[in-house]
Design a protein around this ligand. Structure first.
Ligand SMILES: Cc1ncc(COP(=O)(O)O)c(C=O)c1O
Length: 422
């Protein structure tokens, strides 16, 4: 018959709904198109511009047109290997670094070349589990509320792994954590590393927010479990360049077979990351006064805004972790269930959006039980370029700075807090 194709969609795809983060972004856009006021605290995009030295380099390198090596441009891989040496005292040769079009793509390729059960603490970022679902990999959420009790992770690993200790497993740890803003301290990382080694787990250490640790004190689990850890990092968050699509993995020598398998997959899928972006990214990873100043200013603004927001939500009766890095907060308001007549996080976020104009994401998208009244807040609705320009010469923010320069987020948190207290 003319105009009819014979096709069948992959059942694993049809079972998935579009990523919650992208869906809320579209919903906000629709409301904005209708002339409604929306505070965009759903989508986790850096509010800050890409550092000027990185932008200038991209302009200079715009003529680079050749395909670069599948593994990535060697000078960039060398700059990243130097970066890990400088920031973490971890030694990777350039050969052990792989560049991809965003870490999300590298994570998908990792899960596709591994036949492993995926182990996730709850809450976790929204895309790890759907990627496993697409690939028909088993997903196991560690039991317990690990939001408030990260010390329980080693025991939770025992609970999952002890019965079948040699089963191939991939544990994904993200810190500073999207969605809670918390991170793991060195003792916690050491204990998780000890259990991971015991069970021969591969740890994917998602450190995409490392550069936004408020005190610049991020520490990688690779320091305690180098032979089994793959570090994931990139330009998207601390360098404000999510749309440039550049991510990197650092592999231990012990996982060379895995790195090579990923390179084969890369050859047959994305080929190489955009050449000018790879040239420019070197400037983000190399040490420079410009990058130091950019990171110091980003951290100072985020720390002040996140702490202010944390205090306000806490005073409004929400339960949440004290943020230590990144953009996010993850309040729980289970005590409001009866008063609001709401019994799940999706309905909660929909009511919040309708009644306050504040867009946030439901806790269920992050692996929390559907009936937990939790939400992820991304404190990013402000003009980051303007805030950064105002803060650039300051070593400390004056009183009133965030009200003046991050006003939309401050107002959104205020509206949300009042709504919780109604
Ligand atoms: C925890 C976490 N990991 C990974 C990513 C993906 O980053 P990329 O832009 O490198 O694909 C994100 C993006 O939101 C994230 O929040």
């Amino acid at each position: 018959m003319v105009g009819t194709t014979h096709h069948r969609l992959n059942i694993n795809i049809t079972r998935l709904t579009p990523s919650a983060t992208l869906a809320i972004n579209e919903q906000c856009q629709t409301m904005i198109d209708e002339g409604k006021q929306v505070f965009r605290l759903g989508f986790g995009q850096s509010p800050f511009p890409v550092p000027q030295i990185v932008v200038d380099e991209l302009k200079k390198q715009a003529h680079q047109k050749a395909y670069l090596p599948v593994k990535g441009f060697l000078p960039l891989r060398q700059a990243i290997s130097d970066y890990f040496q400088r920031t973490e005292q971890l030694s990777y040769s350039a050969e052990q670094i792989m560049i991809g079009p965003g870490t999300k793509e590298l994570m998908f390729i990792l899960q596709s070349v591994l036949e492993s059960e995926l182990i996730l603490p709850s809450p976790s970022w929204v895309s790890y589990a759907p990627q496993a679902d697409i690939l028909s990999r088993e997903v196991t959420w560690l039991p317990g509320d690990l939001v408030s009790e990260p010390d329980l992770i080693p025991a939770a690993l025992d609970q999952i792994c002890a019965d079948n200790p040699t089963k191939p497993r991939l544990l994904v740890l993200n810190y500073p954590l999207n969605p809670t803003g918390a991170t793991y301290n060195e003792q916690q990382l050491e204990k998780i590393a000890e259990r991971a080694r015991h069970y021969g787990l591969i740890v994917l250490s998602d450190e995409i927010y490392s550069g936004l640790h408020f005190r610049g004190e991020h520490c990688s689990i690779a320091r305690y479990y180098p032979e089994g850890t793959i570090i994931s990092n990139g330009l998207s968050k601390w360098s404000g360049a999510g749309g440039w699509r550049l991510g990197a993995f650092a592999f231990p020598k012990e996982l060379d077979d895995l790195r090579l398998a990923m390179t084969v997959m890369a050859t047959e899928t994305f080929s190489a990351v955009t050449s000018p972006v790879q040239y420019a990214a070197i400037k983000a990873f190399e040490p420079s006064d410009d990058m130091d100043a950019y990171l110091d200013t980003s951290r100072m603004i985020l720390e002040s805004l996140l702490n202010h927001s944390y205090q306000q939500l806490l005073a409004a009766g929400a339960q949440l972790c004290q943020p230590e890095g990144g953009f996010y907060l993850f309040p729980k308001v289970d005590h409001l269930a009866q008063r609001l007549g709401i019994n799940n996080s999706v309905a909660l976020c929909s009511a919040v959006l309708a009644e306050t104009g504040v867009a946030v994401l439901p806790g269920s998208a992050f692996g929390r039980p559907a009936n937990e009244l939790s939400m992820r807040i991304a404190c990013v609705d402000f003009d980051g370029a303007q805030a950064m320009a105002a803060a650039s010469e300051l070593s400390q923010l004056p009183d009133g700075f965030i009200q003046q320069h991050c006003g939309r987020t401050v107002e959104a948190i205020d509206r949300l807090s009042k709504w919780f207290l109604r």
